[in-house]
Design a protein. Structure first.
Length: 198
């Protein structure tokens, strides 16, 4: 057991794992990113880092974008075609849900673009909210696929930093400190502006 755990921290283990991953061709990276659109608990940053490590920056980015776009489209259409009617029957009896639905329908394209481009936005919830609304299908899907390009560009940069962190332990420490400072500052700003309760 102890020797197995030690293997996880060796370059040879991860090199062999990446070689095995590559054997699946584009199917595995596309499938992983596709599933992330339905399962928000999957770490998209980790998936992007894995795809880039296995296929390089360009192919890793392309495979990830294809999977993210197809997953987003499938998720949105599932909610739009299958669950919308059921959801509307519930919304008729709940005024707050009906108001939230109307608010979603009034969101502008730039606002939607910014919402999707944020790397940690739960895209499955966004797909649900817009899928059960009357937001134009074509407008949503074009914005989704376009925003994914820019969002994944940001994640590629983050992922390259994650890969670099394996060879430079100091980079991990500095990154964690900066993340902690960022979280603290953002909470301070939100509390000062009464966006969250104390």
């Amino acid at each position: 057991m102890r020797s197995t755990i030690r293997e996880l921290f060796t370059i040879e283990f991860w090199t062999a794992a990446l070689d095995y991953f590559r054997d699946f061709g584009p199917v595995m990276p596309i499938a992983l990113t596709f599933l992330e659109s339905f399962l928000p608990m999957l770490p998209l940053v980790g998936i992007v880092a894995l795809n880039i490590a296995a296929y390089g920056t360009l192919l890793g980015f392309i495979y990830t974008w294809i999977g993210a776009s197809l997953g987003g489209i499938a998720s949105f259409l599932l909610f739009r075609k299958v669950l919308k009617g059921w959801f509307l029957r519930i919304a008729e009896r709940r005024p707050n849900i009906a108001r939230a639905r109307k608010w979603v329908e009034g969101i502008s394209t730039p606002a939607l673009f910014l919402m999707i481009i944020m790397p940690f936005t739960p895209i499955s919830l966004v797909n649900f909210a817009f899928g059960v609304s009357d937001y134009p299908t074509k407008k949503y899907l074009v914005t989704l696929c376009t925003a994914k390009v820019f969002m994944l560009m940001m994640l590629v940069m983050i992922s390259r930093s994650v890969i670099r962190a394996f060879t430079e332990p100091l980079f991990i420490f500095v990154s964690l400190v900066l993340i902690a400072v960022g979280i603290y500052l953002s909470k301070s700003v939100m509390k000062r502006n009464n966006w969250v309760k104390e």
